[in-house]
Design a protein around this ligand. Structure first.
Ligand code: NAP
Length: 484
């Protein structure tokens, strides 16, 4: 099955920070793949902007290299790349000064859609927004895309929202959480709200608990100084895991429209109970076999920042009262895997007796690797020898379903950028959502800072600190095995 391409209007897209890591790894290769899919219409322009002194040709060279390195696929060599490069331009611009702004204005065309992607550090968002207005580059129809992190706490997120609001209306602001652009995440909504099968069971009466895991094998990489000021709670839980939690837990919106969906997500965040300290586990990976530990990686021998976080939380509303949600995320763990598992309750009575064992339906929504969903269903083990039960997954892998090599499954960034061009904010965070998420996480962070909490060490390649296993064990449950 080849995915259908829905045309968009011609656009002028300016990428501030076009020479940076995110632009080279995700944004520009993503735009190229949409071009290959025939989704970038004639008359569109992609303009890179950063301080580096470059002309159009050297920018195109840099972009070609990035696309080859980060997944341009088979179209890199067949002339399509050259056609794509002809859409590009580059203007040196200083976000904090006056250099380049008039030249940038002169390069902009009159395409029906004008969007500005702020792929730069958040400290530049305000300066960019202000200058876009000051130099007349943006009007009330323009769109701005802002990257994470959106604030460091509630106060800074609020200040950022206020700064952006001085120049742009909420309908013009697209706050990216790339987890929302993943095919599986949207499929979660399709499965929940497009089928009769799941929604009647989607509540405390039938769901025993929910696990959300985002496990990474990599360490902090070159982001040590940023990460050490942030930690797993701010870097992952406050945004990505919270967004997944919202989509799993929200009420059905009346329509699949931006504010209808985001209103429901906001209600979930606001219904989250505070988390007591004994439901929080913070960890930090240890040095092992010559490999440096977290503190060496971030060059801070006394760091108390967590590279692992697990927590148990509750949503106080009618649907979820009493159902625990377990969240965990960490670096340098055993496997790279992100998934949501909805674990249903046991059948009320087993007609097969205790020797048949305990069997549960588990719906697993796999975000990576190999995006897809499985539903564990209990069946009879084939063959003679009585009624032995076994759990068998009904497996739906999107790469298999959508194309032979999975190339037809668009990357999250591709989808989100096209949504910006379409003017669809459904998969972007609204300002009040981000603030509500910080309002929930801030007291947890302040709590462990006040207690001088020291994160628990864990081995590289493990599943995190033992306390995380105990968090589940105490409740008679266990984390799903995350395998390499
Ligand atoms: P980066 O590699 O440090 O790139 C920063 C970019 O900003 C460069 O192109 C830099 O180019 C430009 N820049 C810096 N100061 C500027 C100024 N005064 N005026 C104009 N341009 C300026 O950062 P990144 O990793 O691409 O990240 C960009 C944003 O995305 C950050 O907010 C980051 O948190 C977020 N993000 C990144 C990733 C990722 O995987 N990298 C993932 C999620 C979110 P010049 O030096 O030439 O000006």
């Amino acid at each position: 099955m080849v995915s259908r391409v829905i045309p968009v209007d011609p656009f002028d897209l300016v990428i501030f920070g076009a020479t940076g890591d995110l632009a080279r790894r995700k944004i520009l290769p993503g735009l190229f793949r949409r071009f290959c899919a025939g989704q970038i219409p004639e008359g569109s322009q992609i303009i890179g902007a950063a301080r580096s002194d470059m002309d159009d040709a050297s920018f195109a060279e840099m972009v070609a290299e990035a696309i080859r390195e980060f997944g341009g696929g088979r179209h890199c060599e067949d002339g399509t790349l050259d056609q794509f490069l002809s859409l590009l331009a580059y203007v040196p611009v200083d976000a904090m000064g006056s250099d380049g702004w008039q030249a940038l204005g002169a390069r902009l065309g009159d395409a029906p859609v004008r969007a500005f992607y702020f792929s730069v550090g958040p400290s530049l968002f305000g300066a960019l927004a202000e200058r876009l207005r000051q130099y007349g580059l943006a009007d009330d129809d323009s769109r701005v895309v802002v990257e994470k992190p959106f604030g460091h706490d509630l106060a800074s997120a609020r200040a950022l929202n206020e700064t952006l609001a001085c120049h742009f209306a909420e309908e013009q602001i697209y706050r990216i959480d790339h987890y929302l652009g993943k095919e599986t995440v949207q499929n979660l909504m399709a499965v929940r709200f497009g089928n009769m099968l799941f929604e009647p069971l989607w509540n405390a009466q039938y769901v025993d608990h929910i696990q959300i895991t985002v496990s990474e094998t990599v360490g902090v990489g070159g982001r040590g100084s940023y990460y050490d000021r942030s930690g797993a709670m701010r870097d992952m839980v406050q945004n990505h895991l919270m967004q997944l939690l919202c989509l799993i837990a929200m009420e059905p919106p009346a329509r699949f429209e931006p504010d209808a969906v985001r209103d429901e997500k906001l209600k979930v965040i606001r219904a989250l109970d505070p988390v007591p300290p004994h439901h929080l586990v913070r960890g930090q990976y240890d040095a092992a076999e010559g490999a440096p530990g977290y503190r060496a990686d971030v060059e801070n021998p006394r760091s108390r920042t967590e590279s692992f976080m697990a927590l148990k939380c509750h949503i106080s509303n009618w649907r979820w009262a009493g159902t625990p949600f377990y969240l965990r995320t960490g670096k340098k763990l055993r496997a790279r895997a992100s998934e949501i598992a909805v674990v249903f309750k046991d059948a009320p009575h087993s007609i097969f007796g205790s020797e048949a064992g305990r069997h549960r339906n588990v719906l697993v929504i796999r975000l990576q690797p190999n995006e897809g969903m499985t539903l564990d269903v209990t069946i009879k083990e084939p063959g003679p020898g009585g009624m032995r039960l076994v759990d068998v997954p009904l497996d739906m892998s999107f790469a298999e379903a959508l194309g032979p090599d999975g190339e037809d499954v668009p990357d999250a960034y591709e989808r989100l950028i096209m949504d910006v061009i379409r003017g669809n904010q459904t998969l972007f965070m609204r300002g009040d959502e981000v603030e509500a998420a910080w309002a929930w996480t801030d007291p947890l962070i302040e709590g462990w800072e006040a207690r001088n909490d020291v994160p628990k060490p864990y081995d590289v390649g493990s599943s995190g600190p033992d306390d995380s296993l105990m968090l589940m064990h105490r409740d008679g449950r266990k984390w799903r095995d995350i395998r390499p």
